[in-house]
Design a protein around this ligand. Structure first.
Ligand SMILES: O=C(O)c1cccc(C(=O)CC[C@H]2O[C@@H](n3cnc4c(=O)[nH]cnc43)[C@H](O)[C@@H]2O)c1
Length: 244
């Protein structure tokens, strides 16, 4: 059976997955770092992409050229928008990914790529500008599984940015662009590459902080990445049984 690929921006976001899949480094990869292991009867390829959209797109492309996965998962930590119902340590599942700062600042305010009229992806007349729709069935199943295991979760739009929103005002501004529950810096790029390659894609992140006036004392990166990875290990345990 073809492998599952899991990507995240940093090592701490995949360290439990690496040990839980007994994964070993794949020779020939340095940036991104790539590990290969097994979990629940699935071959699991784990990629450490580096931070931001360029690193994420580069690493995802390399991985999809090398492997032909049946599922691509992007994980890590993220910021929860107020109103999402999410708190630090909870899990957010993406129903869409929006490239939230690709557009035009006009005198009337910010506008997306539809103003320019050039989509980031087009196939058979379907044009995708900023908002990349994701596989609803994968997202709903993952959310159901996480809720069943006792995690507090939300399913909704994710916004991918180049500059983290470190103020409440900026967070509100971003939500005026696209509806969202979670902000991050890589997911939109991974989703866009998955769309180009036609690979099923799931994004699930642990909440490390709220999108608010930045106060690093209120962040908990370790809790966020631990919860996301512990859930994904159980998700991988059950994936083969579900897909047979
Ligand atoms: O502001 C800091 O000092 C600081 C220190 C360590 C990490 C950060 C990050 O912003 C982490 C960026 C990293 O994690 C994702 N992430 C987590 N929270 C957010 C957020 O509120 N907005 C956007 N991205 C976030 C992101 O995907 C990066 O990989 C800051």
């Amino acid at each position: 059976m073809s492998p599952v690929i899991v990507t995240a921006s940093t090592e701490m976001e995949v360290s439990l997955l690496i040990s839980g899949c007994s994964a070993l480094p794949v020779a020939g990869f340095d940036h991104p770092g790539v590990y290969r292991g097994e979990r629940g009867g699935s071959e699991v390829i784990i990629g450490i992409t580096g931070i931001g959209k360029v690193n994420a797109a580069y690493a995802t492309t390399l991985l999809l050229e090398r492997y032909t996965p049946r599922l691509l998962v992007n994980t890590g930590c993220g910021g929860a928008f107020p109103g999402s119902g999410l708190g630090v340590g909870d899990l957010a599942v993406a129903s869409s990914e929006s490239l939230a700062d690709e557009g035009v600042q006009t005198p009337q305010g910010w506008r997306g790529l539809d103003l320019i009229g050039i989509p980031v992806f087009e196939k058979r007349g379907e044009k995708v500008f900023n908002e990349i729709p994701l596989a609803r069935d994968l997202a709903e199943q993952a959310r159901f599984d996480a809720e069943t295991r006792g995690y507090r979760t939300a399913l909704g739009g994710f916004l991918t940015v180049s500059t983290c929103s470190g103020t409440a005002v900026r967070g509100t501004e971003m939500l005026q662009r696209f509806p969202g529950i979670c902000e991050n810096m890589e997911g939109g790029a991974v989703a866009q590459v998955a769309l180009i390659y036609g690979v099923p894609f799931l994004e699930l992140r642990g909440i490390s902080n709220l999108v608010e006036d930045r106060d690093f004392r209120r962040w908990n990166l370790q809790l966020a990445v631990t919860n996301a990875q512990q859930f994904l290990l159980t998700y991988l345990d059950n994936l083969n049984a579900r897909q047979q």
